[in-house]
Design a protein around this ligand. Structure first.
Ligand SMILES: [Zn+2]
Length: 408
């Protein structure tokens, strides 16, 4: 992280950024708008060619596009991408080791232009601690929205994170614990998963009644709940239970992929978010279980989007080596390649993702009064999404990072 003297001087004062283009979350403005920043907030976006007053310090980024800071709605800051033994490692590690790694990963997101992350699975509520640290010092890292340990059945998917709970009473107690701890969202493992092959991804870990009890408990406490769900039954039950989001939404059967379009219709009617965990680096391997099914799952996401499902582009960083922290732009590019327009793909990681994370009143848009979280990329990502990989500057709560690249 580079904080040049000029960047530091920006704190608490009014300054401005100018770039050839500004994407405000909905519309691309190509008339060299001036984004005026006051402390940690966006003050105004001026679209006149009139010279700003001489007193206003303006950083001109030239042929770049300013976008809202990206929002990755599904990460695991505690996971190490290169670890081959995630389970035992995380059980045995001391907290300082895990937190140190989480901080490093959080900064990797920030450098990629991801200014908000939602952590959907930690150990010992460490993501909440990190959230509070960054909340006290907002320039130190991205905004963290945190679930704590995901709720899972005994020895179920990701049991090693410490969130085991069984039966209706057990689930209600688990939700209550998360509410007491101050979790922003409840995460529940409705089905098995790929990295803990105890229950297969297609198999349900909880009944409809159990999922409904957990959902009711979360909502009664004013908290959203999102369900990890790969299998058709688990997805259908979670949607019927009234969860706010489905993570993965893979529709994996025992030996393939089979979307249930009635369930998809129910998602559209309920406004359920679907976290499309489509981030994969171009090189490397994916687990064999998933490899043969990805194309079909991706095509299903595109159709779900066309049918009106609120698709959220997210990474699931770092469940594997092709899902690095800070890899979100690859997911946006992938959604664009599946048939979403470039604007829709960008919205899925800005405005829509901010809604899914419950921060849409402050994040995901460039608008007066919103947090000054911005990323500047070279070129025009509305023409070519690959431009997102060429980050020129990141502004987090009004603080400029990336001054080294800019030579200021
Ligand atoms: Zn995950």
């Amino acid at each position: 992280m580079v904080a040049g003297s000029e960047a530091e001087a920006a704190q608490g004062e009014v300054w401005a950024l100018r770039a050839a283009r500004v994407f405000d979350g909905e519309t691309l403005h190509e008339d060299f708008p001036l984004v005026v920043i006051d402390g940690s907030r966006i003050a105004t976006i001026e679209r006149t060619v009139a010279r700003p007053s001489d007193d206003l310090r303006v950083l001109d980024l030239g042929d770049a596009t300013l976008l809202p800071g990206l929002v990755d709605a599904h990460v695991h800051l505690a996971f190490d991408p290169d670890s081959t033994s995630k389970h035992q490692e995380i059980v045995d590690e001391d907290r300082l080791t895990i937190v140190t790694r989480m901080r490093r990963h959080a900064l990797q997101h920030l450098r990629a232009g991801v200014t908000t992350v939602r952590d959907l699975g930690d150990r010992d509520y460490l993501a909440l601690a990190l959230r509070d640290d960054y909340g006290a010092d907002p320039e130190a890292g991205p905004e963290v929205v945190a679930a704590g340990p995901p709720i899972t059945r005994t020895r179920g998917h990701c049991w090693f994170l410490g969130g085991e709970a069984d039966g209706i009473a057990g689930l209600q107690a688990a939700v209550a614990e998360r509410v007491t701890r101050g979790a922003d969202v409840v995460k529940i493992m409705a089905t098995g998963g790929v990295i803990t092959l105890v229950w297969g991804p297609h198999e349900s870990q909880y009944t409809l009644e159990e999922l409904a009890a957990a959902t009711e408990a979360a909502h009664a406490a004013g908290k959203p709940i999102t369900a990890h769900a790969h299998g058709p039954r688990g997805i259908a039950d979670a949607v019927a239970a009234g969860v706010d989001g489905i993570e993965h939404g893979s529709f994996f059967t025992e030996d393939g992929v089979e979307a249930d379009w009635r369930t998809v219709d129910a998602m559209v009617k309920a406004g359920t978010f679907v976290g499309a965990t489509e981030v994969f680096l171009p090189e490397g391997v994916v687990p064999p279980y998933v490899a043969g099914r990805l194309e079909q799952r991706s095509a299903n996401f595109a159709r779900m989007h066309r049918e009106g499902v609120r698709i959220v582009c997210c990474s699931d960083a770092c469940v594997g080596p092709r899902k690095p922290h800070g890899g979100l732009p690859w997911g946006i590019i992938r959604l664009g390649s599946l048939g979403l327009t470039n604007l829709e793909a960008l919205a899925s990681a800005t405005t829509v993702a901010a809604e899914a994370c419950g921060v849409a009143d402050r994040k995901g848009r460039l608008s007066p009064g919103y947090d000054a979280d911005l990323v500047a990329v070279a070129g025009n990502p509305l023409h070519q999404l690959e431009a997102l990989l060429d980050v020129r500057a990141v502004i987090q709560m009004g603080r400029l990072d990336g001054s080294e690249q800019l030579g200021i």
